[in-house]
Design a binder for this molecule. Structure first.
Ligand code: NAD
Length: 355
């Protein structure tokens, strides 16, 4: 058994109420003039943190958007320069954390992350922004937050419609690494623990959004899942998500959630043992069917049709996704991928052949 593993410079504080420790943590890190980032919807929370940081001159930029458009990064950068900001504090989901990463990448502005969804972006070295119709993505250690504070209390108001798909985004990070042909043994314990926590927590959140223990379990799962994708691999699943999001504008977390049962079913004949271990971690008899059932119960759309794709777009999706070789346990061709996409389009988990 051989493997390579390179850790990232993570610095994590986890637990109920930990976000109240932000002022002291800023002192420890030596930051004095933070720029607080949020989406417009989370602006009130950004205000709350700015007030908590007084008398430090904390400013707010509450215009983070999905897919991190470059003009938004540049506008935030302009604001940071005007104010002489020495760090950012991204409070929110992957979109807000992505904006913080954009500022770290473009202006070497160190970031702190306070995640309030399950995207796991705060644990990764992956940055990305939208430049016109193109999505630029890459990896750099410089975008890893200098501190991530996970406070489950801040997730109690996350609606099920965001919680469900976002948690599936995290589960996907783990499933692709758990079912790799040569899984990294360093990542397997994290991947399976994350799947267990997210799959156990989600139904409890669906029953009661304010179940703090379920929120804690999902947030811990998201933290582990972020570490898995940051140091592990991506396969066909992530490739398809990028093609659908980049070329057809489908929403990030919903796309992950919708595709996951289908990409799991696609790979199962090649990695049956690993897929069985995923089903055990999910507490389901069958991994793909279990994921689909869980997804439908927490607001995941049943088919690609529902996300606005037209059947005639599927050839183009398959063409774009197979334009370069795809890292995946099962060999991917235009033909078998087109069958997979037909299944996602109709919502049926039908068998796919390689003939
Ligand atoms: P998001 O950040 O877009 O948030 C979704 C919505 O939820 C937003 O309207 C936001 O304001 C709202 N919200 C966030 N927290 C809330 C709370 N506690 N209560 C109520 N509303 C809340 O969605 P996301 O799924 O977290 O992130 C998706 C983005 O993250 C995509 O752009 C994706 O590319 C990126 N991402 C990046 C990585 C990476 O490693 N770089 C990993 C995963 C996702």
């Amino acid at each position: 058994m051989g493997f390579a593993f390179k850790s990232l410079p993570w610095n994590v504080l986890f637990g109920s109420g930990t976000s109240m420790r932000l002022p002291g943590e800023l002192d420890v890190l030596g930051f004095e003039r933070p720029l607080i980032l949020s989406t417009p919807g989370q602006a009130a929370r950004a205000e709350h943190f700015a007030a908590m940081l007084e008398p430090r001159p904390a400013a707010i930029f509450a215009e983070a958007k999905m897919h991190t458009p470059l003009p938004t990064v540049l506008a935030a950068l302009e604001r940071a320069r005007e104010l002489g900001s020495d760090c950012t504090i991204a409070i929110g989901g992957g979109s807000t954390i992505g904006l913080g990463k954009g500022l770290a990448l473009k202006a070497s502005l160190p970031g702190i992350a306070i995640p309030t969804t399950y995207s796991g972006s705060e644990m990764t070295n992956i940055w990305g922004y939208q430049h016109g119709s193109k999505k630029e993505i890459g990896r750099s250690e410089s975008v890893v937050p200098k501190l991530t504070i996970y406070d489950p209390e801040l997730t109690l108001d996350l609606p099920l419609a965001v919680s469900g798909p976002s948690a599936f985004n995290a589960i996907a990070h783990c499933v692709v690494n758990a079912t790799a042909v040569e899984p990294n043994p360093m990542l397997l314990p994290w991947a399976f623990e994350a799947i267990r926590e997210l799959a156990a927590g989600l139904p409890l959140i669906a029953a009661d959004l304010h179940d703090i223990d379920a929120r804690r379990r999902c947030l811990f799962g998201a933290c582990l899942a972020g570490a898995v994708i940051a140091t592990g691999a991506t396969t066909l699943h992530h490739k398809l998500c990028h093609v659908l999001g980049g070329a057809f504008g489908t929403p990030h977390a919903q796309t992950h959630a919708l595709l996951l049962p289908h990409t799991v079913a696609f790979n199962e004949p090649v990695v049956p043992d690993a897929t069985r271990r995923v089903s055990e971690a999910l507490g389901a008899g069958d991994a793909a069917a279990g994921l689909r059932e869980l997804g439908l119960s927490v607001g995941v759309v049943p088919s690609l049709r529902e996300l606005g794709l037209r059947e005639r777009d599927l050839d183009e999706v398959a063409r774009l996704a197979t334009a370069a070789p795809v890292n995946n346990p099962r060999a991917v061709s235009f033909e078998n991928l087109r069958q997979l996409l037909q299944n996602v389009f109709t919502g049926e988990l039908a068998p796919i052949d390689d003939a």
